[in-house]
Design a protein around this ligand. Structure first.
Ligand code: TRP
Length: 350
């Protein structure tokens, strides 16, 4: 079967969207609009796999969902040309996840490193949803039979699982796929991860060996997408560095995580390679590089923050985008689900 090139990706509404989310994911979402049909989903059902205090509970969740939606729009995603919606509005995600639960193997899930990290020491007390998270993610993607998935490095293993699930479904139900006339046994595509850019891993401004994270206790460890110009400047000026001048070649960054991170951020925001950035700033002191970085960050991020502020002040508009997106997503999802039900052998109304 020939698959339409379709992009799907998701972002969790758990508050504090930061530069890492922007450079690791959203920038690519914006780019892919030019070449693909794109579906961008605020994955509220994934958010609730963690304890309520992490996602803000039932009053925090709608705010966080609208914040991600506002960030998508402010960053340049066009919700008219493409689809932007929140996961829970399209029931197919949960329905397909159930079917995939019966395709995926326990052994596969036991290998997922993100579960181990997120569950921590008290694994017995993690939600079943957290364990099953990668299966829901596979359902998100394959419900639209998406072929390309822009994600950060940390999601690579989950994408491999989605590919394994697609393949096992195609194998297990191959005869049924053919006898229903849904192709030569390849019903679900193998979704490709799309990991690009010099800054797919943005690190903490306080410790270049740790990922920039919404849950870091220090707000100075990250640049939030809602930070204004003054805040951005303060955080970059306070960012950890080392006493050496910047290296002139990329090799020189290998043992200097903080320098590597700041150069990587500069490169990503200016659409250049780290080598090019070092050609300009290598040999110079951090202070002057930081001034240039402040200027660049403010130029790129302050307009997004301003737009997000304007959008979050108008929840009615943001919700209307999500509702419209969910309707269009449902139209695609319903087709996949109807065929999937036939393939599995579930009786349905025709
Ligand atoms: N797990 C992803 C993350 O935390 C979010 C996500 C959920 C996702 N469903 C997805 C990403 C489907 C890509 C495709 O970043």
């Amino acid at each position: 079967m020939a698959f339409v090139e379709r992009v799907f990706s998701g972002v969790q509404p758990t508050g504090n969207l930061h530069l890492g989310n922007y450079l690791g994911a959203i920038v690519n979402f914006v780019k892919m609009q030019e070449t693909h049909n794109c579906i961008y989903c605020v994955v509220d059902m994934h958010a609730i796999t963690m304890p309520t205090d992490v996602w803000g509970g039932p009053t925090g969740l709608p705010r966080a969902t609208r914040e991600v939606t506002a960030a998508f729009i402010a960053a340049g995603i066009d919700p008219k040309k493409h689809i932007v919606f929140n996961q829970s509005q399209v029931s197919g995600h949960a329905e397909l996840a159930w079917i995939f639960n019966c395709v995926a193997r326990i052994g596969w899930l036991n290998r997922m490193t993100q579960f181990k990290e997120k569950a921590g020491k008290d694994r017995e007390n993690a939600s079943v949803g957290l364990y099953d998270y990668p299966v829901l993610m596979a359902a998100d993607i394959l419900l639209y039979r998406a072929t390309h998935v822009p994600v950060g490095e940390d999601q690579k293993q989950h994408l491999e699982l989605a590919r394994d699930i697609a393949q096992k479904f195609n194998n297990d139900f191959g005869d049924s796929i053919r006898s229903n006339g849904f192709g030569d046994g390849l019903f679900f595509p193998q979704p490709e991860p799309f990991i690009t850019g010099p800054a797919t891993r943005v690190m903490s401004l306080r410790d270049g060996t740790k990922k920039m994270s919404k849950s870091d206790a220090s707000d100075y460890s990250r640049i939030n997408l809602t930070d204004d110009a003054d805040m951005i400047a303060q955080k970059i000026r306070k960012a950890k560095t080392d006493p050496e001048p910047l290296p002139t070649e990329e090799k020189g960054l290998e043992t200097r995580p903080e320098a590597d991170n700041l150069v990587g951020i500069y490169a990503a925001l200016s659409n250049r390679s780290k080598a090019e950035v070092l050609r300009e700033f290598g040999g110079g002191q951090f202070s002057s590089f930081k001034n240039a970085l402040v200027e660049l960050c403010v130029a790129k991020l302050a307009p997004i923050a301003a737009d997000m502020k304007r959008l979050t002040a108008d929840p009615g508009y943001v919700d209307s985008v999500l509702i419209d997106g969910a309707e269009r997503a449902t139209a695609i999802a319903a087709e996949t689900m109807a065929m999937t039900r036939d393939i599995v052998g579930f009786i349905r109304k025709r």
